[in-house]
Design a protein around this ligand. Structure first.
Ligand code: CUA
Length: 343
């Protein structure tokens, strides 16, 4: 290739490369990394993106240069020159991609291995997913239950996941990892949060009507604050509960009722299911005494469907997953808040 042609080709490559870099850098593609694993995953992302920009600029430059330089005149019907290939070029365009793909594989393998290494003493948290709520249990702290994923900063955490019903998927964007939660198996995810802050926990698998509302929070705290929180007794709900209704209120939240129903006494504003502040009207509509109606609606939800709501959205298994004492406190809590709401 003549010197002038090479300079022109180089110019095309620089322009194509600049376009590629601008597209890669200017939009904010990634949320800020808040875990060590996320930092490594972002490194892999930029490593691969850099290689792609490099290859893109070469291919785009050769293509653009050829279209511009070797274009025939409109009335030129002669054959093109006979070409028998170029051994050196063919070796180059086989060897270079092979090297690059190998480099990507090695870098990815190292990051995967490092991200999975939880060390000798990780904090274990059991993550329970159900339509449409997340619950977190801390087995090393008397199985403390929390609707929010609180984590100490800079400590390895192993999340062990369970689904009570359908497939959900655990995702904290700032941790850069997703994990499907499939019923019947208990997948694990290792994270090491390294930035104090509050991040969303999002269900990222379409799991039913309330999927879009199946969200919680992950709060990454200083170690001392986490220890204080984890060692304290199970937190009780704020003082809006009717007297004697603490257990019912706790169950209401723990079982995820608040993500689908509105109930002032629980500070719940869900709209997937019927408004529980209007329980007395619904019981009258069903022609049943209030307490019996509430009990039936939890134990056998399809027995009476409030007008305008679909069947089979309310979980069908509370009669089996709750003890009869739990069921009773939940019913008492709902009945007393319904009566209180109407008086
Ligand atoms: Cu659970 Cu979507």
């Amino acid at each position: 290739m003549r010197r002038g042609s090479f300079v022109q080709l180089l110019l095309f490559a620089v322009v194509a490369g600049a376009i590629g870099v601008a597209i890669a850098i200017f939009p904010n593609w990634l949320p800020p990394a808040a875990s060590r694993e996320a930092g490594r995953i972002h490194f892999v992302f930029w490593f691969v993106t850099g290689i792609c920009i490099f290859i893109f600029s070469i291919v785009a430059a050769v293509l653009a240069y050829s279209i511009w330089k070797f274009r025939r005149k409109p009335d030129d019907d002669t054959d093109g020159p006979p070409i028998h290939g170029h051994t050196g070029l063919e070796i180059a365009w086989t060897a270079v991609p092979a090297l690059l793909v190998t480099a990507i594989a090695v870098v990815s393998g190292v990051v995967l291995a490092k991200d999975d290494a939880a060390g000798a003493d990780p904090l274990h948290v059991n993550v329970v997913a159900q339509q449409f709520e997340w619950t977190f249990y801390y087995p090393t702290y008397h199985n403390k239950m929390s609707p929010v994923l609180r984590l100490p900063v800079n400590r390895s955490v192993v999340l062990t996941m369970t689904s009570k019903d359908v497939i959900h998927s655990f995702w904290v964007p700032q941790f850069s990892q997703k994990q499907d939660v499939v019923p019947g198996i208990h997948p694990t995810l290792h994270i090491t949060p390294d930035k104090i802050g509050t991040y969303p926990v999002i269900c990222t698998e379409l799991c039913g009507l309330g999927h879009a509302l199946m969200r919680s929070q992950s709060i990454v705290m200083p170690v001392s604050a986490f220890d204080k929180w984890a060692s304290a007794g199970t937190s009780t709900a704020s003082g809006v509960a009717p007297p004697g209704g603490q257990e019912g209120l706790a169950l209401f939240k723990q079982e995820g009722c608040n993500s689908c129903h509105t109930l002032t006494a629980a500070g719940a504003t869900g709209t997937i299911g019927p408004d529980l502040d209007k329980l007395q009207a619904d019981a009258a509509g069903a022609g049943k005494p209030l307490a019996a109606f509430v009990h039936e609606s939890i134990a056998d939800p399809n027995a009476y469907i409030a007008p305008g709501y679909p069947r089979n959205v309310m979980p069908q298994d509370f009669a089996h997953t709750l003890t009869s004492a739990q069921l009773t406190s939940l019913v008492q809590f709902l009945v007393s808040s319904a009566k209180k709401g109407s008086s």
